[in-house]
Write a protein that binds this ligand. Sequence first.
Ligand code: HEM
Ligand code: HEM
Length: 179
Amino acid sequence: MQHPDGNYSALAKIFHWVTVPLLITALASGLTIGHIAEPSKMTFYAIHESLGLTILLVAIARLAWRRISPPPPQPDHIPRVMRIAASTVHYALYVALILQPLLGFFATNAFGFPMQGATAYLGLIDLPKFMDTWEGLAKVLITVHAYVGWSLLVLIPAHIAGAIHHHAIRRDGTLLRMI
Ligand code: HEM
Ligand code: HEM
């Protein structure tokens, strides 16, 4: 059914809802790796890194599709400050979806553990090694990776709170544009 304020395209909705479980699992695995002992630790790395790279691929495809099929404009009946807040969070989420996997990917390369063998992409595809081991760089990249990861723990609840606010309090049907 056509929402009066417009709908996201079917493909945009698929990209959005496929990303949600991928990102939540990537976050959960990233946050727990540090507490996992060998031999299971390597499995966590493998799952975390493959999920993360898949998120990057989905995000690139999603942004390409967004250029072809732009999202419905935010309706005028939503206060300007709320529209700006929503766009800022959306923008930050997109930046994180691209930046976070790249940081993780180049950190593993710089640590000397590229996605090969036990951490091959999806357990099958050995990815090329991009650089020689460079521990100083690796530590910087993984520190930024941790900060971006934690910032997602703020951005995602803020985004979900916004969606709930629109749906349950303002009752303006915004959530229905994405379902
Ligand atoms: C959107 C995708 C990703 C998210 C949300 C994410 C999130 C996280 C988080 C929250 C941590 C824990 C940070 C900490 O507290 O120390 C982490 C650690 C890590 N991530 Fe990611 N990550 C993603 C993608 C990737 C990718 C693609 C790779 C590598 C190819 C990667 C490699 C790592 C590594 C090596 C660690 C350090 C684990 C440890 O030894 O403690 N991540 N990630
Ligand atoms: C957990 C990971 C999530 C991420 C990374 C994410 C990311 C995004 C992004 C980037 C947009 C902007 C789309 C665009 O205009 O191009 C968006 C829109 C939207 N998201 Fe999420 N989202 C997540 C979870 C959720 C959840 C759990 C809900 C519902 C409770 C939700 C509800 C919505 C709605 C309703 C919109 C459309 C807002 C509008 O019409 O302006 N999202 N999401």
